[in-house]
Design a protein around this ligand. Sequence first.
Ligand code: BTN
Length: 333
Amino acid sequence: MFLAYELLNVLCDGKFHSGSILAKQLRVSRVSIWKGIQHLESLGLKIFAVRGRGYRLASSVELLSSAKIQQQLSSTVSQQIQRIDTPSVVSSTMDYVKDFALRRLPNFSVCVAECQTAGRGRQGRRWLSPFGANIYLSLYCQFKALRYGLSGLSLVMGIAVLKALETYGIPLSLKWPNDIYYENKKCVGILIESNYSSENSVHDVFFGIGININQSLSGEPQIGTSEYEVLQNSTDLKQILKYLPSRNEVIAKVLNQVIPHLNEFQEKGFQPFVEDWSKYDLLQGRSIKIIRESNSMLGIGKGVNERGELLLEHDGVLKAISMGEVKLQVQMT
Ligand code: BTN
């Protein structure tokens, strides 16, 4: 639906535009404008239609631009990222970057989409991804001859994204393994998927980063909720900062942190990041419930070890909990 994107280019200022002027401007009928509006709404955009005034987006939106992202990359990072695709609608940016791997495109190729129709979260959850509201970014990365394996990698990604957002002067914390929280509300979720080829000892890793920017742009229910998370409310950068940050700027800041962190992880593993983690650890000293299939275990969060495993003190004994095997609840006191 090409017209819908042309329409969006006009509506993105968040101001009213009359249907007849839009029709003239885009050289189509008013019915086509109405159909274009319906298509944008089906992608999750909230649009007000007021008789006599026309159409307006619930709030303004800056569309994604690979040129604007590239311009704000540091020179070393810019040399390492050869490709940033910004498709409008994809099933999931994870599927998009998996295709990069099949085509053996360069390491650190990036996809950031306006909208995902089948965005996915951890543990098989859905990740709601309405058009233009948030950041849906995936990065393809090849790790060769990893001396320390992949353990802790997903925590490193959380640390890197947090450091990027911290440059906006906001206090954030990390909930193991890599959710980013602001005042007990989730604002970033991270997903990691990987393939390993024993033939050439290469790990193809696909990182997915979902950053909430402006949830009010869509009429959809909000992300980051689930029945087992007590800290279930989500928030976004617009609510935290009290202004709408540029999505292109946020993406560049994230890439400027993520690439050097991944380079360091490739060389040294997770060990150098343990101290960083402890600065931001939301679970340190808190009462947590680990849920493994039908069993659960209560304990106190005691940080992470050099493999990135969560340390839980249970009945005076320290247990290391590894990724992927648990669901986790923070007990409210
Ligand atoms: C979580 O459950 O907290 C992880 C959410 C990860 C969402 C991102 S958005 C970009 C990428 N594409 C997806 O389908 N998921 C990840």
